[in-house]
Design a protein around this ligand. Structure first.
Ligand code: SF4
Length: 344
């Protein structure tokens, strides 16, 4: 068995061979042993943009999950190849919306009334982004979802959001959309479980999908922290269900959570509801200045599939099965959805 130091040295040796031709990207939810080798770390969209900006890198390694590598492939040029150390690392939430079910839902909504615009979370498959681009919609991240919803509202449109119910509901609530104008479309129910009257009244329809990590946080976790640590501030990710967000002091995307901690006054105590690798890293970085704790330690099992040794194996062998390629007929409309978001 290889020792961690051997793996580290070997990865470093390969990196030196390739120089600027190789770009390794690491999502914030990756383990430290993987992130130690990343040229860039960030959330999914920041990383895809960094890949697109580094045009001289012909080999891009995405340490994250599949939809992130797909977005990187969509936004990079034809001479750039995107690989994943662990091609089986998918996102369960992204898989909760497939193209056929999305097309059925779109027909259902438009039969009830006209005037919809699709908004898709970047945490979705390339095919879902392609439908969105085809129908004139926009992608969004958890940082800019409110801005994209407002863009749709300014055009006097109603938003069809997928695949994360909780980000959709939280964004609608942040923008003051009344509860009775937000409807949940359940693709497992006939007609999405919605009657025509509900659809005619709705300003926002959200797909019934969820992130396994963030849906694990409950109001009881928040109440427990309030009992034990009354001085602590609690911040959660907006993929967390609304009842938890309502009890927390703040909610924000991964980058906003990092900024919240970095800007906190010395001596403060912050409890975070998001993926544990990020919480632990912030706790380590801030030790002695700010106390950072987890609302409940939850790991993303798919992000955890990537290890330093799978990264090394990829860099040594470059198997074709680890390359992520989005065919151009899908990539072109998906790119439109991403570029619309980037232009807003
Ligand atoms: S943390 Fe949630 S949204 Fe992110 S990859 Fe894991 S399951 Fe998907």
């Amino acid at each position: 068995m290889k020792r961690p130091d051997d793996i580290k040295d070997k990865i470093q040796a390969v990196r030196e061979t390739y120089g600027r031709d190789l770009l390794i990207l690491g999502h914030h939810y990756q383990r430290d042993a993987v992130l130690a080798h990343a040229d860039e770390r960030g959330d999914s969209l920041e990383l895809a943009r960094k890949a697109a900006a580094r045009k001289e890198a012909s080999r891009i390694v995405f340490c994250g999950v599949r939809f992130m590598a797909e977005s990187a492939d969509i936004l990079t040029g034809p001479d750039q190849a995107v690989y994943m150390p662990e091609p089986a690392a998918g996102c369960p939430m992204a898989r909760m919306a497939d193209e056929m079910a999305m097309r059925q839902a779109w027909t259902r909504l438009n039969r009830a009334r006209a005037g919809w615009l699709p908004v898709v979370y970047v945490n979705s498959t390339a095919e879902i982004k392609a439908c969105c681009g085809e129908w004139g919609g926009s992608a969004c991240t958890s940082s800019n979802a409110a801005r994209v919803f407002e863009w749709a509202f300014r055009q006097d449109k109603r938003v069809f959001f997928l695949p994360d119910e909780h980000l959709g509901v939280n964004t609608a609530c942040d923008l003051g959309v009344p509860d009775d104008q937000v409807a949940i479309y359940d693709p497992r129910q006939p007609q999405g479980g919605l009657d025509d009257e509900t659809l005619r009244r709705a300003r926002v329809v959200v797909w019934k999908g969820y992130c396994l990590v963030h849906a694990a946080f409950s109001p009881e976790h928040v109440r427990e922290v309030r009992r034990r640590r009354p001085a602590a501030k609690i911040i959660v990710h907006p993929e967390t269900p609304r009842p938890v967000v309502a009890l927390a002091d703040a909610h924000g995307s991964t980058s906003q959570i990092i900024a919240y901690v970095k800007n906190a006054a010395p001596g403060s105590e912050i409890v975070i509801g998001t993926e544990q690798n990020l919480v632990q890293r912030l706790a380590d970085e801030e030790r002695g200045r700010v106390t950072v704790l987890s609302l409940s330690p939850v790991i993303c099992a798919n992000m955890a599939k990537t290890h330093a040794n799978t990264l090394l194996a990829l860099l040594q062998e470059w198997p074709a099965s680890h390359r992520v390629t989005v065919p151009e007929p899908v990539a072109a409309p998906a790119r439109r959805a991403l570029e619309t978001m980037l232009s807003l």
